[in-house]
Design a protein around this ligand. Structure first.
Ligand SMILES: [Zn+2]
Length: 193
């Protein structure tokens, strides 16, 4: 499940955005029109809120090193992420998960992430490959399960997002506990069921 995340300018009211919903979002940017953190639609390539701003490729923010898990935990020390429109650091905290069904299933019969390389996909795939390595599950099986390809042009410089990793782990454990999982249930995975 993707996460709802609060961005808190200091001081100010939180702005809420989503991480991990790569079937619908190309990523996260500081919108040049809204002047706050927003998601970008993978279909229109515009800010989902104002439906006006079209970010350039290098405006997409790699949030992986800057957003902790629910409990504030992270594997590596968190680094400052996106600055607000006035150049001030913001704090980021996941506040809930979003139930959008199984990631990678066609939406209204469409798969707009296919043939695309987006930041949101790169962050997800980075966490997926780390999970596959940790649990000894063949990467290809998990990529197929999520109906996602490696966005090679965006993979360089990526790190593992701890909330996305934890989410993948929870989803795979849940699926592994049902009949006929479409991936190998390794000893390491079975130990966590
Ligand atoms: Zn906007």
């Amino acid at each position: 499940m993707p996460y709802l995340v609060d961005a808190c300018p200091l001081p100010g009211d939180p702005v809420r955005f989503v991480i991990g919903n790569w079937p619908e979002h190309a990523g996260v940017v500081l919108c040049g029109v809204c002047r706050v953190v927003r998601n970008v639609s993978i279909v229109t390539s515009r800010c989902v809120k104002c439906d006006t701003y079209t970010p350039t490729d290098d405006e997409f923010w790699d949030y992986a090193p800057s957003i902790p898990y629910f409990d504030g935990s992270s594997v590596e020390p968190l680094v400052d992420g996106l600055l607000d429109a006035d150049g001030n650091p913001m704090l980021f905290m996941p506040v809930s998960t979003l139930n959008v069904g199984t990631l990678g299933r066609p939406i209204d019969g469409r798969t707009p992430w296919k043939e695309r390389d987006t930041m949101e996909m790169a962050i997800f795939v980075m966490a997926l490959l780390a999970f596959a390595g940790e649990y000894g599950i063949p990467e290809a099986q998990l990529l197929r399960y999520y109906n996602i390809d490696v966005p090679f042009s965006k993979m360089s410089g990526r790190s593992v997002s701890w909330p996305i990793y934890q989410d993948i782990r929870a989803q795979i454990i849940a699926r592994a506990g049902q009949p006929g999982p479409p991936f190998e249930v390794t000893e390491r995975l079975a130990a966590d069921l």
